[in-house]
Design a protein around this ligand. Structure first.
Ligand code: S3P
Length: 430
């Protein structure tokens, strides 16, 4: 396990281009892998998780060539997968395991999906249920991985997602476009819509009426010559929150993904006292890509309450929002975020453990945390739990601590953002 020392900083200044979005890279990698023809993906994520997806697509018969600076060329299987003799290794990636299960369930053959120690115990019944309603034969191990799928033709269903999960929605859509009949799906809380845009980019028909999506079955996807992956807003979140910690900070992020179903963090930044200037925005295949400049408004950071649908929309950003909460004036209250307990780690428990190690006061709930403001934190040894977002979140809290902080298991950052510590160093002159 590697340790990273993070020293207190004076300011945060600079401009950056973030590596490609993890969620979008998974979807483009999977759909390019099943489409007919060759797709060139530009600015593909450098994180280990989307590369687990590419490894699985290769094992299923796609040809994947990795080029310079995040360029990946994928020649798809033209709608047919070959069942590999070895298990499909999803690594640390819940997105790979859940979304890929939907994509492969209609394909003849037996497929086994495995993951690492963190992924293995994570709940998979949430995808087995809708996929088995469609006729899939899918066996879990006590509700989790290893998963065995005996592929067979599927039929369309009408499904209402009981939990807000873009991965569950995607598993159903990815099975649905290959099923017999039109699958419909509604979500009580609207989650990230990258799959909807990606399916359309690869030529699929998909409609939305009110809050119900409809995807006809029997569709074949076609490669597109080039697809650009926007910069990852969830990775940017660490630097955006860090920019709030210093009065004279100035951060410019370009080619950043600004999909409205992902950008609730920008509203939180403004509510806390950040100033965001959008310098330009363009649309690429349904995804918004833009350049933003972030400063901190004069005065202390205010407070914010994150509950209900907002908690679901901010699910990946909550650890870093919690990590800066003690430095606000009014504190931050996070509730309705029980899903955080079943991510790569129990993120509520680990945030609590590490806030405590740094000397912060807070109250922990089953579904969130209340963290008062106006607190001074000291450096500490942080337990990342080998969870990438915990390692990075507490590196940001460390910037305003009164002494050095040691991040144990810092290498976990590479799951989504291998460049994190190097980029943080360039932004924070000391
Ligand atoms: C993701 C959806 C979210 C998120 C994960 C990526 C996706 O998970 O936490 O990091 O790409 O669809 P859930 O669908 O489990 O909420």
């Amino acid at each position: 396990m590697s340790t990273q020392i993070v020293r207190p900083a004076r300011t945060l200044q600079g401009s950056l281009t973030l590596p490609g979005d993890k969620s979008i890279s998974h979807r483009y990698g999977m759909l390019a892998g099943i489409a007919a023809g060759t797709t060139r993906l530009v600015n593909f994520s450098t994180g280990a998780d989307p590369h687990s997806t590419l490894g699985c697509m290769e094992a299923l018969g796609a040809i994947v060539e990795k080029g310079e600076r995040g360029t990946v060329t994928v020649t798809g299987t033209g709608g047919v997968f070959t069942a590999p003799s070895a298990p499909l290794d999803c690594g640390n990636s819940g997105s790979t395991m859940r979304m890929l299960s939907g994509l492969i369930a209609p394909h003849a053959g037996t497929y086994t999906l495995i993951g690492d120690e963190s992924l293995t115990p994570r709940p998979m019944e949430r995808i087995r249920k809708p996929l088995s309603m469609m006729g899939a034969e899918m066996h879990l191990t006590e509700g989790h991985a290893p998963i065995t799928i005996h592929g067979r033709p599927l039929k369309a269903i009408d499904f209402d997602t009981p939990i807000p999960s873009a991965q569950v929605k995607t598993a159903v859509l990815f099975a649905g476009f290959q099923a017999d009949g039109t699958t419909t799906l509604s979500e009580a809380i609207r989650t990230r819509d990258h799959s909807e845009h990606a399916l359309k980019a690869f030529g699929a028909t998909l409609t939305r009426t009110g809050d119900r999506l409809a995807i006809p079955g029997g569709q074949r996807l076609t490669a597109i010559p080039e697809l650009v992956v926007p910069g990852d807003l969830s990775s940017a979140a660490f630097f955006l929150c860090a920019a709030l910690l210093f009065e004279d900070s100035n951060l410019v992020l370009d080619s950043l993904g600004m999909n409205p179903t992902r950008s609730a963090l920008l509203d939180v930044i403004v509510a806390l006292g950040g100033k965001i200037k959008v310098l330009n925005v363009e649309e690429h295949n349904g995804e918004m890509i833009g350049t933003i400049q972030v400063n901190r408004a004069p005065g202390g950071l205010k407070s914010v309450d994150i509950t209900g649908a907002l908690s679901a929309q901010l699910i990946d950003e909550l650890p870093v929002i919690a990590a800066i909460a003690p430095y606000t004036t009014g504190g931050i209250r996070i509730r309705d975020a029980k899903e955080l307990r079943i991510k790569e780690s129990d993120r509520i428990a680990l945030v609590a453990k590490n806030l405590k190690a740094m000397g912060a006061q807070f109250t922990e709930f089953e579904d969130g945390l209340d963290i008062p403001g106006n607190q001074t934190l000291h450096g500490a040894t942080i337990d990342s739990g080998l969870d990438h977002r915990i390692a990075m979140a507490f590196s940001i809290a460390a910037l305003r601590a009164t002494s050095d902080t040691e991040i144990d298991g810092a290498e976990a950052a590479a799951v989504s953002f291998p460049e994190f510590f190097a980029q943080l160093e360039t932004l924070c002159p000391r």
